[in-house]
Ligand binder design. Sequence first.
Ligand code: COA
Ligand code: ZN
Length: 303
Amino acid sequence: MFPSNVTIVEVGPRDGFQMEKTFIPTDLKVDIINTVAAAGVRVIEATSFVNPKVIPQMADSAEVLSRISRNASTHYTALIPNAKGAQRAIDAKCNSVRLVVCSTETYNQRNVGMSVAQSIAACDDIIRMTQAAGIGFEVIIALAFGCPFEGHVAEAVPVTIAHQLAAKGITSIGIADSIGTGNPVQVRRMMSRLRAELPHVHFSMHIHDTRGLGLANVFAALECGIDTFDSSIGGLGGCPIMVGGTGNVPTEDVVNLCEEIGIPTGIHIEGVCEASRKIQSFLGRALPSAILRSGTRRQLFKM
Ligand code: COA
Ligand code: ZN
């Protein structure tokens, strides 16, 4: 059954920007985040607190957080790889943090220099730190359907990690198809199983459109009652470790899908497109969003 409304988590300023070779000026990052918030997006993954030597684009994360116009109705979150990232995010007054735990050993080692078990164990400190700071904590289980190094990921792998996290008391978990190898049948099976086995956990989804199945996967998750989706303006993004990776499902396109099938998001599509056009003009290339390119059906029919 469809959820009664959908929350979009705008991840373009992190997942999208981290892929760009040219440093995006802090002013533009701040402007994009403010524009997205003004369009009604209520959760924004504004940056990540990672080693700036590894991801130089995120070197200004604390500055971005200190310069955005904080909007009381908008929740600003950040991706973290470890407890040090959690402390930096707390210091920058994030409303929550999102820790990445990969489904495969090879990817987790390359991404954050830890085994999967070490990343899961790191949650204990981060739970204490975020509770003391009074902010939220979500864990993103990445590569949940496939890994560029280890291939197909069996459904039991992310499901087992989700159980281990839930056993620690974690109640927010994201399932990420980081390289876009999942299909709607797999999404439906995994998300309905997770919701049935862990009814006290809130599950979100993070979907990349690498092989054109992005919106079909969103639809499959909606049919399982999933009500929170990561997406990026214009479909910015990719995978820093895999050649040929592409962006997240575009925010405009997910909002349009929800509107077309009658699920409110509280977001003005045109406001999102304004943010996409700003970054598109800075990057000097067209972004893949269909709505950005063609407009909505309502606009076409002047409804
Ligand atoms: N923020 C900033 N610096 C950090 C950090 C964080 N969250 N965590 C560790 N560091 C610093 C350490 O202080 C150390 O600094 P130094 O070289 O000045 O002494 C350096 O990073 C190396 O630390 P170490 O613990 O040896 O880790 P590592 O070299 O294995 O790197 C990460 C681990 C997690 C810091 C690094 O791989 C990283 O930032 N990865 C992020 C990858 C990413 O963003 N992927 C895309 C999103 S999924
Ligand atoms: Zn991603």
